[in-house]
Write a protein that binds this ligand. Structure first.
Ligand SMILES: [Zn+2]
Length: 283
């Protein structure tokens, strides 16, 4: 039965190839020959290690039909993805990173780089995330499910700003090099809002910020995107976001190698257009 599914998946391959693949001679070495038929066979094998009873063809097609989306967006903008198709994406990414290492003449016999679950595997995980629940990798916010944000009625209709300090971990879309509040004393980020009818469960704010940040961004666009998410969750436009003194490693560790540079950005609307309120939350 499995062979039948397999042959469907490898429809475009030559018959000789099919025989080889069906006999499970698809190895990483063969895969490195750069043949797309081998790649499909390799993905099929890896897929069934994790999802032994799942229909490979269904998820292979799902992956291949998925549209491209911006490096700063989440997959929900193109309709979402299943855990199975995400895994296929991750295996294919690992394959192409391995090809890049070969192009760069990297010695893959080095046990710190090559082998099963070597550096290509680790980079693929770092860029793709470890599934749809993972929010801890550098680009996992492109694939992770949106965190649920609890809201409560603002019973006393209090109109005082609610402010939280958060950490930012992001990567620049130009180099995929990290920028963060964590690299320098005195760097921080503030998210504040004036509640209208709803109050947010504030402990989730960091999760929303992580979900948005862990993608490829320009800092000024990230600032606006955090504003948009908090504004939508709290159902108010009176939101203030300020990212203060973030170090961009593409600048501090390469290129100009300046260790003086840091970047501050802010975005606000509604009640925060009054200077006194901005000064208060910056206090
Ligand atoms: Zn950069």
């Amino acid at each position: 039965m499995k062979d039948v599914i397999y042959k469907t998946a490898l429809l475009n391959s030559k018959p000789e190839r099919l025989e080889m693949n069906v006999e499970s001679k698809v190895t990483k070495d063969k895969m490195e020959e750069g043949d797309y038929g081998y790649l499909k066979g390799y993905v099929y094998k890896e897929f069934h290690k994790i999802f032994p009873d799942k229909d490979f063809v269904k998820y292979w097609l799902e992956y291949n039909k998925l549209g491209n989306f911006k490096i700063s967006d989440n997959v929900e903008t193109v309709g979402g993805i299943s855990e199975e198709a995400h895994y296929i994406m991750r295996v294919i990414t690992e394959y192409h990173i391995l090809q890049a290492f070969k192009a760069m003449k990297v010695d893959l016999s080095d046990p710190n780089v090559g082998g099963d679950k070597g550096t290509a595997y680790r980079i693929a995980k770092m860029y793709c995330g470890d599934g749809l629940e993972d929010d801890s990798e550098l680009l996992s916010g492109r694939w992770a499910k949106r965190p649920q944000m609890a809201t409560f009625p603002n019973e006393n209709r209090q109109k005082h700003p609610i402010t939280k300090r958060v950490d930012i971990v992001s990567v620049c879309s130009h180099h995929l090099a990290p920028f963060s509040t964590l690299f320098r004393d005195g760097a921080y980020a503030i998210v504040s809002y004036v509640p209208d009818y709803n109050v947010l469960g504030i402990s989730k704010l960091q999760r929303i910020v992580d979900w948005v940040s862990r993608r490829g961004h320009l800092q000024e666009n990230l600032t606006k995107m955090i504003y948009d998410e908090v504004s939508a969750a709290a159902k108010t436009k009176s939101v203030y976001v300020k990212l203060v003194g973030l170090v961009h490693t593409c600048e501090s560790l390469r290129g100009t190698q300046s260790n003086q540079g840091s970047f501050t950005s802010e975005y606000y609307a509604g009640d925060f257009e009054k200077y006194e309120i901005r000064r208060e939350v910056n206090g």
